[in-house]
Design a protein. Structure first.
Length: 118
C-alpha cells in the first residue's frame, strides 16, 4: 500500500484541514478512514465503490457524477443527482462536490447548479 508515502504528505499538512481523494473504480475508501484526515472523497458512481451515504465513520465528499459537468450535459440530470445526494445525507455532515475531476471546459450553468444546491 501507499501509506508510508501518504503519511509523508499528511504530516506536512498536519496543521490544515485535509480532504483525501482515492481514485478510480474499486478505490477502497474504507482503507483510508483511519488516516489523519478530515474528509474522504471517492467516486461513488464507479464500480466497486460505496455510495456517498455509506457510513464509513468519516465525513464523505461527493454528490454528482463528474462527467455530467461537460458542456451539453443535461441540467436535469445534475439537479436530480444533487437532490438525491442532499436527501441521502440529510442531517449528516458531508461536503457536496463532483465525484471526481470535472471536465475542462465545464458548463458554467451546471457548476452554478452545484454552487447553489441547498
Amino acid at each position: 500500500m501507499s501509506r508510508p508515502y501518504d503519511q509523508i504528505v499528511l504530516d506536512a499538512a498536519a496543521d490544515a484541514a485535509v480532504v483525501f481523494h482515492t481514485c478510480k473504480a474499486n478505490s477502497h475508501p474504507e482503507w483510508f478512514v483511519d488516516y489523519p484526515i478530515d474528509a474522504l472523497h471517492w467516486d461513488q458512481f464507479l464500480p466497486g465503490n460505496p455510495p456517498v451515504d455509506e457510513d464509513l465513520g468519516i465525513i464523505p465528499v461527493g454528490g454528482v457524477r463528474s462527467d455530467l459537468f461537460a458542456p451539453g450535459s443535461d441540467p436535469q440530470q445534475v439537479d436530480d443527482q444533487l437532490r438525491r445526494t442532499l436527501a441521502a445525507r440529510e442531517n449528516q455532515p458531508f461536503l457536496l462536490a463532483p465525484s471526481c475531476t470535472i471536465p475542462t471546459p465545464a458548463d458554467p450553468e451546471l457548476l452554478r447548479l452545484l454552487r447553489n444546491a441547498r
